[in-house]
Ligand binder design. Structure first.
Ligand SMILES: CC(C)(COP(=O)(O)OP(=O)(O)OC[C@H]1O[C@@H](n2cnc3c(N)ncnc32)[C@H](O)[C@@H]1OP(=O)(O)O)[C@@H](O)C(=O)NCCC(=O)NCCS
Length: 183
C-alpha cells in the first residue's frame, strides 16, 4: 500500500523533494540521540538514508513511510516497517519504527501513525508478528511500543556498536484468525 491515512496523518512513499525536510530532522541532536551512535546526519548522510529507505521498499514491497501532517502538509518524519538487519539474532523479523522532528513530539502522532501501520501489516501484508527495538534509555520510544500493544521480549546488545537494546514484539494473530475462519 503506497499510502495510509489517519485523521491527522498521511503516510506516503518518499519523494525526491523530501530531502530538505528530512535532512533538517536528522540534523537535530535530540532526534538522533538514540539512533545508532547518536550522531546527527549531514545532508549527504540524510540523502543516503532516504536512498536506503527507497531500496528497502523496492526489495521488500514495504518500508518506512514519509509521515506528513495533513493539516499543514509538513513532513514530520517517518513511521513504517523495516527488516532489522542490524540485529541478526532476531531475524527473520519485521520491525516497526518511528522518527519525528522535535517540534512534532508529544502530540500522539507517532502512536497514531504506528497504529495505522500495524493494521496494514496485519490486514494488508498478512504479517504474523512485528518487533520494535529501542536503545536502553529511549523511554519515549518504549512508551509508543507499549501504547500500541507490544510487550518486552528481550534485552540484548546490538553487535555493530555494542549498545544495549530492548526488543518489543506483538503477535498480529493472522494465523489464528485464519484457523478460526474469520480472517
Ligand atoms: C519516539 C518518538 C517517535 C515519539 O513520538 P511522539 O509523537 O512524541 O509519541 P507519542 O506522543 O505518540 O507518544 C509518546 C509517549 O511517550 C511519553 N514520553 C515522552 N517522552 C518521554 C520520556 N522521556 N520518558 C518517558 N515517556 C516519555 C509521552 O508522554 C507519550 O506517552 P503518553 O501518551 O502515555 O503520555 C519521538 O520522540 C522521536 O522521534 N524521537 C526521536 C527518534 C527516535 O528515538 N525514534 C525511535 C528510535 S527506537
Amino acid at each position: 500500500m503506497d499510502e495510509l491515512l489517519t485523521p491527522r496523518i498521511l503516510l506516503r512513499r518518499w519523494q525526491d523533494d523530501d530531502l530538505d525536510a528530512f535532512a533538517e530532522i536528522t540534523a537535530q541532536p535530540e532526534v538522533m540521540r538514540w539512533i545508532r551512535d547518536g550522531r546527527v546526519l549531514d545532508r549527504a548522510g540524510a540523502a543516503e538514508r532516504l536512498d536506503a529507505y527507497r531500496r528497502h521498499w523496492a526489495e521488500h514491497g514495504f518500508g518506512l513511510y514519509a509521515l506528513v501532517v495533513r493539516q499543514t502538509g509538513e513532513l514530520a518524519g517517518f513511521t513504517g516497517l523495516a527488516v532489522p538487519t542490524f540485529l541478526p539474532e532476531i531475524l527473520p523479523a519485521v520491525e516497526i519504527g518511528w522518527r519525528l522532528g522535535r517540534r512534532h513530539w508529544g502530540q500522539g502522532l507517532a502512536t497514531e501513525a504506528a497504529r495505522a501501520v500495524v493494521d496494514h501489516a496485519r490486514d494488508g501484508l498478512g504479517l504474523d508478528r512485528l518487533v520494535s527495538i529501542h536503545q536502553v534509555g529511549n523511554d519515549a520510544s518504549a512508551r509508543v511500543m507499549i501504547k500500541i500493544g507490544m510487550h518486552l521480549e528481550r534485552e540484548t546488545t546490538e553487535p555493530s556498536g555494542g549498545r544495549a537494546v530492548r526488543v518489543y514484539a506483538m503477535d498480529l494473530g493472522v494465523t489464528d484468525r485464519l484457523a478460526r475462519g474469520s480472517g
